[in-house]
Write a protein that binds this ligand. Structure first.
Ligand SMILES: [Zn+2]
Length: 60
């Protein structure tokens, strides 16, 4: 299972191993709901480079 980061309304970030479809957890510090932070770099590396090649050559 991958490690995801969750941020609660107080700005506290918690790393936790959860299933992919888990969208929020309970913040261990303030017990409020912490939402999953999607790691931008992971997604850009997978899809961004691929897209960039095709689009860049057409636009320029
Ligand atoms: Zn919190």
């Amino acid at each position: 299972m991958p490690v995801y980061e969750f941020e609660c309304p107080n700005g506290e970030v918690t790393e936790k191993l959860v299933k992919m479809d888990t969208k929020e957890i309970e913040c261990p510090i303030c017990r409020q709901k912490a939402k999953k932070i999607i790691s931008a770099c992971t997604f850009e590396l997978k899809g961004g480079g691929w897209f960039a090649d095709g689009y860049a050559s057409k636009k320029h």
